[in-house]
Each structure stands twice: as C-alpha cells, then as structure tokens.
Design a protein around this ligand. Structure first.
Ligand code: SAM
Length: 353
C-alpha cells in the first residue's frame, strides 16, 4: 500500500519531469486522498499561474445541430434516441450567434454538433469562410467528429484554427464497451493525427467515470495525452442520460474529475484546460472548483436560447444559468470571487507543436 508521503513524492516528480510510468499513474489514481488532492491542486494552480497568469479564456459554444449518425451508448444525441428533440441551425442563425458573441467579448467561436451529414463539406466550408471573413480577429474551433483528411483540410483552408475531438478512452476494449462496433478507438486517434498534421490546434480528452472505466484505463489515457501532446484537453464527468443504454449507470465524480484535471496540468503545464459544463452540472460550484484545480478555460453557451435544452448529451445539463453567454457578467463575478478574471482574447495555446 502506498502512503501519502510516497504519493506526494510522485506528484513532486510529476511536476519536475512531467511524466510517470503506467504503474505510477495507477498507484497515484488509486491511492488518492483528500489531503493529497489539496496538495496537488495547490501545485496545479502555481503552474497554471506561471504560464497563464490569472486569466481565464472564454469560448462561445455554438451547438449547431443535435442530429447525429452515431450511436454512442452514453450520449443523449445518439441516433437510436427517438425521444430526442432534434434541431439544426442555419448558416444565418450561426452567424447571428457569432455577432452576439463578438459583442459580448468572445474571440473564439466553437462550432459543435453531432455528426450530421445535412451539413455537407460545402456548407461547413461556407460557414467557416463567412465567420473568418467577418471576424478575422477570432479563432474558429470545430468539434464535429470524425471526418476524412480531405474534409479536415478543406475546413482548415477555409479558416478553422482549432479542433476538439476527445479520444474518449485509449483502451480499445473499453472503447468497445462505450460504442457500437462500427466505431473504433484507433480510427478516432487517426483523426487526431490527421488534425495535428494539418496544423490545427488540437484538443482531445475523455470522460471521467464512464461506465467500466478503471484506473488502468485512466493511466493509459494519461500516457496517450503525454505522447500526443495536444494543445487542449477536455475532460468532464460522465453523466447518465435517461434514454440511453447507460441510463442506470452512476455518474463520474467531481472529486476524481478535479484530481485528473490537476494531474493533466502538471503533466502538460502549457495546455489549455476547460472547466467543463459537465463539471458545472454535477456541482453548483463545479466550474470554480475546476479552475482551482488548474483549469483555465470556460465555454459559455452561445446557442440561441430556444434550442439549448434540446442539446441534451446527459440529464440535467445546465443551460439557463451562468453558463449562458448572456450571463457573462455573473460568471465573471464568480471567477473574480476566487481570484481569477475572464478576458477578451483569442487565447491561443502555449503548448505548441
Ligand atoms: N460529435 C462530436 C464528437 O463526437 O466529438 C462533438 C459532440 S459530442 C456530443 C461532445 C462530447 O460530449 C463527447 O466527446 C463526449 O465526451 C461528451 N459526452 C457525450 N455524452 C456524454 C455524457 N453522457 N456525459 C458526459 N459527457 C458526454
């Protein structure tokens, strides 16, 4: 059994060398205690402040389609969920969201959606070009799933700068427990390699506490993040959705998510690390706690208010409070209360290629 002192020295070594072995990751994750977590969060805050000061970057999240061709067992947007309310935003709707967002101070727009063939490459290219022309000082982030190299290249040429595609879990056996047979961990990772090759600032990540996840799986996720060296890492707790095969599974915990966030900050000091909506959903102060564990990005919702409750990845997803883009002042006040400030900036990653 590892003692707190052993594990503390592992944390110190992680901070110094920015890596651990698989066995050490497992030991640290398994052996975590509240006392160890406090020590870790303190180190993570110091490192985050060293590189990013007390600034928190904001991203305007535009959830533009709730249609999806995939059938991931955990996700409320899965195609087999016949009860899901579906919607699509038009090119004009999306531009109107950006207009509002720009006025509010957003300098990054994140276009996220299910894998929806209604948006052809031509249409997506047109949308990206229009945003890029109209707001050349803004970064455009895409999060539209697995596409071909040729499609990713078209989007990059049209002006997309960044791409978010969580690897979800590194381990193929675990991946297969979360997804139907036509999807694979290897293909998802190939997409990530393609994105990086094309020069995207690339974000990946995983759900914490997804069904069947073990500390070994998390250790593999950490080793993968180290090797891939992404510019952004999005992690958040798994939260069940009542119309999915995982309806009865327990949610991931705030405690483990915060611990993983802080470990990622120590391993990849310059990475951009969002304090996610899912974290804000499982605890009222979840997003503040994420910032205090080393995160430095928040992604308020810029989608038109009437569609927000339809983009339901999981139950009770927050969509009308301080995570709404219109409530930026109140989110800002909450961040100031813990010693941080929201900034109007593109907020590019310092974790370069
Ligand atoms: N279709 C795109 C993709 O596959 O990357 C973007 C949208 S997808 C809904 C965005 C992320 O939501 C996924 O990468 C997944 O990790 C997360 N997600 C889906 N269902 C979730 C759930 N039940 N709990 C927590 N996160 C979930």
């Amino acid at each position: 059994m590892s003692t707190n002192t052993d594990l503390k020295s592992l944390i110190d070594r992680l901070e110094q060398t920015r890596s651990l072995s698989r066995e050490e990751w497992i030991r640290l994750i398994r052996g975590r205690t509240p006392e160890l977590a406090e020590y870790l969060f303190q180190r993570a805050r110091i490192i985050r402040t060293r590189h990013y000061g007390r600034d928190i970057y904001i991203r305007g999240l535009i959830e533009f389609t709730s249609y999806c061709r995939n059938d991931c067992y955990y996700c409320g947007l899965r195609k087999s969920n016949k009860a899901a309310a579906r919607y699509r935003l038009s090119r004009e709707d999306i531009l109107a969201c950006c207009e509002t967002g720009y006025r509010l101070g957003f300098r990054t727009f994140v276009l996220q959606g299910g894998e929806d063939g209604w948006y052809t490459d031509d249409l997506l290219e047109d949308i990206i070009t229009s945003i890029h022309r109209r707001w050349p000082d803004c970064a455009i982030t895409l999060s539209v799933g697995e596409k071909s190299y040729a499609s990713y290249r078209r989007f990059a040429r049209a002006g997309a700068d960044r791409y978010l595609l969580r690897h979800e879990t590194f381990n193929e056996t675990h991946y297969r427990k979360l997804h139907p047979p036509r999807m694979s961990a290897a293909h998802r990772r190939q997409c990530l390699v393609d994105l990086k090759k094309l020069g995207y600032q690339t974000g990946t990540g995983f759900m914490v506490g997804s069904p069947y996840q073990t500390p070994e799986n998390l250790a593999d996720d950490m080793l993968f993040l180290k090797e891939f060296n992404p510019q952004m890492v999005g992690i958040g707790p798994f939260i069940p959705h009542h119309e999915t095969p995982f309806a009865g599974k327990p949610a991931g915990t705030l405690e483990l998510t915060l611990f993983m966030l802080a470990l990622i900050r120590l391993m990849l000091p310059r990475v951009l690390l969002p304090s996610t909506t899912a974290l804000g959903t499982i605890a009222p102060d979840g997003r503040e706690r994420g910032i205090l564990a080393g995160a430095n990005v928040v992604m308020p919702n810029l989608s038109p208010p009437q569609v927000r409750e339809k983009y339901l990845l999981y139950d009770n997803k927050i969509c009308t409070g301080d995570e709404a883009a219109e409530s930026l002042n109140s989110l800002g006040a909450r961040m100031e209360a813990i010693g941080y400030r929201l900034v109007t900036a593109r907020g590019d990653s310092l974790n370069t290629f």
